[in-house]
Ligand binder design. Structure first.
Ligand code: GLN
Length: 192
């Protein structure tokens, strides 16, 4: 059984664990380099990207993760996790950094501050209709040629990708862990 880690520095760790626990994987929390060494794949949860980025540095996980990502470890970043994987972060804090492993540009809180949270039905490729929960979500504004778009959404300003994949690197603007539907997690887990 593949061992899937959930980066457990900040954010909705428990919800991802619950979703993954219902699939055929071993689930483990990752807070240290040693714990990262033990997993085959990693989920980076939603939360606050600046807080997670800070804790990645203080826990010395940043360098270890750069190494694992360069070796092709499967990773799924949701919301703040997507921001952390993106090549470019717009409207980030001045000192905001990201792993730059996913060739997309994301705008933090890109769906607006007042209307920051919304729910909608998304059509996900290979899955079907999924209930999408967006909470102060990043908007994917640019997508590189090698990035596959698995779902997109028009929030009144044209279609924007909301679930993307570049090989083993997956990014999701919404929160599949906040519903009882585990099909997005399953899609990711099946590729490990
Ligand atoms: N807006 C948050 C950030 O910039 C992400 C929101 C979320 O993960 N729900 O980190």
């Amino acid at each position: 059984m593949p061992r899937v880690g959930v980066l457990a520095l900040q954010g909705d760790v428990r919800e991802h664990e619950r979703a993954l626990n219902s699939l055929s994987v071993d689930v483990t929390r990752v807070r240290t380099r040693e714990q990262l060494d033990e997993v085959d794949a990693l989920v980076m949860p939603g939360g606050e990207s600046t807080a997670i980025a800070h804790l990645l540095v203080t826990s010395e996980l940043r360098a270890a993760l750069v190494d694992r990502l360069s070796k092709g470890m499967p990773v799924l970043g949701t919301c703040a996790g997507l921001i952390l994987l993106s090549r470019e972060v717009l409207d980030g804090r001045v000192d905001q950094w990201s792993f730059e492993t996913l060739d997309v540009s994301v705008r933090r809180n890109g769906y607006g501050r007042q209307l920051a949270s919304f729910e909608t039905t998304l059509r996900v490729r290979e899955v079907g209709d999924v209930h999408g929960v967006f909470i102060r979500a990043p908007k994917i504004e640019k997508v590189g040629d090698v990035v596959e778009i698995l779902a997109s959404h028009d929030h009144g300003d044209g279609e924007h990708a909301v679930l993307v994949r570049q090989g083993n690197v997956w990014g999701c603007a919404f929160h599949p862990e906040l519903t009882d539907d585990t099909r997005v997690h399953r899609l990711f887990v099946e590729t490990i």
